[in-house]
Design a protein around this ligand. Structure first.
Ligand code: CP
Length: 307
């Protein structure tokens, strides 16, 4: 009923969602909605409660709800009574009392999705809870890898590096759980202060390295992450220094990566920091494929959790 995280989700459930998402992509890879699915959410209203900024997740959920025939209301901190001090949980209870049939929620509080599951009787989809999880991103990244590398049902045999600010990233955690559950080998790579302290844990099912060169030589694909400055308390990371040591530009690509190594990024990309302009726009970038696949995947999630 609820989609809060990918930790603990079975391989079968993940494969089922990826297979369902494929049905919302045409042979050219464009998003499509088969006629039999266009009224799936008819008569239902979903609330998107986005208390942190978002472009991709929020808009793709809005599009996905509308394509399936549902109504959507979007509530952000600005302009809502949250600004006057109402809690996000009370805002959701208020909307549920108006007859909202489910929630897609982004909030800095890692506990909020769990609180909503306890208090509300409608489906809750987590669209990012602080540094917790971002399950639809993990699934759409898995879908993007599966489609590009044609790995079959899951990601067995694939080697994926997740690079950058790992400890503050909900995408890193959901990606690591998705990829490892689907059979890929996963390594986390970045500066020591942005890496988890232990590898192969229940929280981080992956190996860990702080060698950019080793990780990029090893990987079939690298998921590059933004520095989550908004979640770093104390010393911020110097963007110029980070770009020098951890950014991927053409010389890094040519020096360490094979011609077939692909680059993913959940966005937003800070050009010139984690990726240079030419690399973002190169043929090895799957960034816009991720965005397209995100709409299909979210249609599949809505179909599964709201039907
Ligand atoms: N990937 C992602 O969550 O992007 P947005 O913050 O734009 O939704």
């Amino acid at each position: 009923m609820h989609l809060i995280g990918l930790r603990g989700m079975s391989r079968e459930k993940m494969v089922g969602l990826l297979d369902a998402a494929e049905k919302f992509l045409d042979p050219q890879g464009k998003v499509t909605t088969p006629s039999e699915d266009r009224a799936l959410l008819k008569g239902k209203t979903l609330a998107l409660l986005f208390m942190e900024p978002s472009t991709r997740t929020r808009v793709s959920f809005e599009i996905a709800v509308q394509r399936l025939g549902g109504e959507v209301v979007t509530v952000s901190a600005e302009g809502s009574s949250v600004k006057k001090g109402e809690s996000a949980a009370d805002t959701c209870r208020t909307l549920a009392s108006m007859g909202v049939d489910g929630f897609v929620v982004r909030h800095h509080d890692r506990q909020l999705p769990h609180v909503l599951v306890d208090r509300l009787k409608v489906p809750i989809i987590n669209a990012g809870n602080g540094s917790g999880e971002h399950p639809t991103q993990g699934l759409l990244d898995a879908l993007t890898l599966r489609r590009h590398f044609q790995t079959g049902e899951d990601l067995s045999g694939l080697k994926v590096a997740i690079m950058g600010d790992i400890v503050h990233s909900r995408v890193a955690r959901s990606d690591a759980h998705a990829f490892s559950t689907l059979g890929a080998e996963v390594t986390l790579v970045g500066p020591r202060m942005l890496l988890p302290s232990d590898d192969r844990t229940e929280d981080w099912p992956a190996t860990i390295t702080n060698s950019r060169k080793d990780a990029l030589r090893w990987a079939d694909a690298v998921v590059v992450l933004r520095i989550q400055q908004e979640r770093i308390h104390g010393n911020l990371i110097d963007a110029h220094e980070y770009a020098m040591n951890w950014g991927i530009d053409t010389s890094v690509v040519n020096g360490y990566m094979t011609p077939d190594t692909m680059i993913l990024h959940p966005g937003p990309v800070i050009r010139g920091v984690e990726l240079s302009d030419p690399v973002v726009d190169s043929d090895r970038s799957l960034i816009l494929n991720q965005v397209t696949n995100g709409v299909a995947l979210r249609q599949a999630v809505l179909k599964s959790y709201f039907n």
